[in-house]
Design a protein around this ligand. Sequence first.
Ligand SMILES: Nc1ncnc2c1ncn2[C@@H]1O[C@H](COP(=O)(O)OP(=O)(O)OP(=O)(O)O)[C@@H](O)[C@H]1O
Length: 215
Amino acid sequence: MSLVADGVSAGYHGRRVLTDASLTIGAGETVGLRGPSGSGKSTLVRVLALLHAPDAGHVTLDGERIAGVRHRVPASVRTRIGVLFQSPRAASDPRLTLADLIAEPLRAVRHPRERIAGRVAELADRAGLTADLLVRRPHAVSDGQLQRACLARALVHRPRYLLCDEATTMLDASTQALVAAVITAEQQATGMGVLVVSHDPALLSRWADRVTEVR
Ligand SMILES: Nc1ncnc2c1ncn2[C@@H]1O[C@H](COP(=O)(O)OP(=O)(O)OP(=O)(O)O)[C@@H](O)[C@H]1O
């Protein structure tokens, strides 16, 4: 079982920012990804998350080569990959409460309604989000609280792979530690593979089983 980028090149509006990048995330492992600013790490994450189409190369998920991105990929395939971005504000709909942010991916695939509240409560508890925070909207919580809601949301489908793009960079040390602990616990329980993109060598050496580079 693995999530693989094979010879991926990608860019925006005809400008190539990533050339022939390859990366494998195996079940249960934590892979670090580093590289200079602007080298295309976030672009590679978006390609792996099936959000951005490569110009060349391909993504293979558990042995199946994926064609297309976003809604062209069946939900049963897309939901195997979770993503946590650097900026929780940019990634969150400001109109939704934290509870609805966490529930939304379940509603999107018509998850049985009677099971949604329980799943949201379970993940909120793991992410340390109290009931009074869950009824607030993003503007009324801190970056750390919002990132914890984004983490709960990213895990809501029990993904086989979680892609973390500088996901703890903006957070204070205690929130960083909580996010890492929740991810590690999920990994130990489910065998989820994790990609950690970071500029921080100490974080990578602490967290990743191996580190690879985009040039
Ligand atoms: N949506 C976009 N539209 C146009 N250009 C973009 C877009 N996203 C990224 N780029 C450009 O693509 C290049 C690579 O960006 P990317 O964010 O993938 O690199 P990165 O290695 O993650 O950088 P950093 O370490 O600074 O986050 C940069 O020159 C960036 O300006």
